[in-house]
Design a binder for this molecule. Structure first.
Ligand SMILES: [Zn+2]
Length: 204
């Protein structure tokens, strides 16, 4: 996480996110480091994205979300249906990773932290509840209740994973190559201030 000061965020209450950008964001030294491609943001690995929140386009005031994203071709996930171990081995081989640094506002950083905390809480609760369910299932009188409690633990686990893997990440990679990263779940106003790939190519 960024070490940038977190004390000047109240400034964006009156910030108009619909106003056109005052600077030509997307132009870094005349090279096409990042651009939009429909609803996706494409960035070269190592590109410095604008100092704007990728989730709402408000000024990020230097706060960055530094994250090592990973991605593998989605079809590989189908191997789970055949064999979990096979999937894990193939996924390890084909997974590509990229370090990204993305601007984020305090509101969305806080939201992410809360979602992550909720995830961990649900995972810990699911373990505790599962152990409780196992204990109950040893006794014939409480066996059914034990199974019900274990199912409840499973539901808490799945909910935690959905929140942690689905909602907590600020963006989701749709592809990572050796040179570029494609990201979805980027705010439309953020995308709107970027060049299209044609404009970026014409400029660089
Ligand atoms: Zn934001």
């Amino acid at each position: 996480m960024s070490n940038a000061p977190l004390n000047d965020f109240d400034e964006f209450d009156d910030f108009n996110v619909y106003a056109p950008p005052k600077t030509a964001i997307g132009q870094t030294g005349g090279t096409a480091d990042f651009w939009r491609e429909g609803e996706l943001l494409v960035m070269s690995i190592g590109a410095v994205l604008p100092d704007r929140c990728i989730k709402c386009n408000a000024p990020a005031h230097g706060v960055r979300w530094d994250k090592r994203l990973s991605w593998h071709p989605p079809l590989i996930a189908l191997l789970v249906l055949i064999n979990l171990l096979l999937y894990l081995i193939v996924a390890v081989i084909f997974t590509k990773r990229a370090q990204v640094s993305i601007g984020v506002c305090r509101k969305h950083l806080t939201r992410r932290r809360r979602l992550l905390a909720t995830t961990w809480l649900l995972l810990l609760v699911s373990i505790a509840v599962f152990i409780g369910g196992v204990g109950l299932s040893f006794d014939r009188n409480t066996e059914t209740a034990g199974i019900a409690v274990m199912i409840l633990a499973g539901a808490a686990l799945v909910t935690g994973l959905v929140i942690g893997l689905g909602f907590a990440p600020l963006v989701t990679p749709t592809e990572i190559t050796k040179t570029h990263v494609r990201l979805k779940r980027v705010h439309p106003n953020y995308l709107a201030m970027l060049d299209t790939v044609e404009a970026a190519r014409a400029r660089s």
